[in-house]
Design a protein around this ligand. Sequence first.
Ligand SMILES: Nc1ncnc2c1ncn2[C@@H]1O[C@H](COP(=O)(O)OP(=O)(O)OP(=O)(O)O)[C@@H](O)[C@H]1O
Ligand SMILES: O=P(O)(O)OC[C@H]1O[C@H](OP(=O)(O)OP(=O)(O)O)[C@H](O)[C@@H]1O
Length: 231
Amino acid sequence: MSLKLGVPSKGRLMEKTFDWFSQRGIGLGRSGSEREYAGYVQGIDNVELVLLSAGEIPRELAAGRINLGVTGTDLVREKLGQWDLRVRELALLGFGQADLVLAVPGCWVDVNSLDDLDAAAAAFRLKHGFRLRIATKYHRLVREFLRDNGVADYQLVDSQGATEGTVKNETAEAIADITSTGDTLRANHLKILEDGLILRSQATLFKSRVAVMDEDDRRSLAALLQKLKVD
Ligand SMILES: Nc1ncnc2c1ncn2[C@@H]1O[C@H](COP(=O)(O)OP(=O)(O)OP(=O)(O)O)[C@@H](O)[C@H]1O
Ligand SMILES: O=P(O)(O)OC[C@H]1O[C@H](OP(=O)(O)OP(=O)(O)O)[C@H](O)[C@@H]1O
């Protein structure tokens, strides 16, 4: 068997992950044609690169199909219930930073906090006969956050992309999404609630707690982590 390392298959996360490993003496890269999802690992034996969508890496770790994986903390916490029983954080990688936030229309001058949102949500339901809609793809994290903060009178609507556009399109009144520069929120006339930070995320190296390893895998893992200076 070989130790399987799951890495995002495209974009900035992939490139920065390759850079991070390269700075520590491990060469990762894509091989084959530009469109072929095959990869190589240099500088260590018995480690296999598995190129995957960042969003699928949590599930693959939790199923034990990969031993190690790089993805955003937001995706692990959203996709895995009791995530810390299924994976272990080995290292924060210092890139891919994004904040998951709750935002409302900038013109809602009386709504600046979660308490204000709670009051607005109750008033909204009375006026419109349905619950205030929050668009997001982070269902688990948003539900837990609002439950912990005593906001109940809302409904989630699923939005898998262009989430900030849902308010203008009148399919939601508020949104919960990741932001890094804040440009997309500003361009869509949305403001973050002052206590609306749900999670700070960054790219992280995770280890599966359930993947089965033989003796060779254990040796490879120890050698890899030593090279990466991670324990
Ligand atoms: N500005 C940003 N926009 C989008 N994602 C960001 C940004 N900054 C950091 N990230 C992180 O990148 C990860 C998402 O990466 P990506 O969009 O490649 O994943 P994905 O949803 O699996 O993509 P796909 O399904 O298209 O392969 C998340 O962990 C997210 O927090
Ligand atoms: O704060 P900013 O720097 O403006 O970045 C935030 C935006 O980036 C992401 O979208 P992405 O472009 O990945 O597309 P998506 O809408 O499909 O998620 C995210 O969903 C926000 O919309």
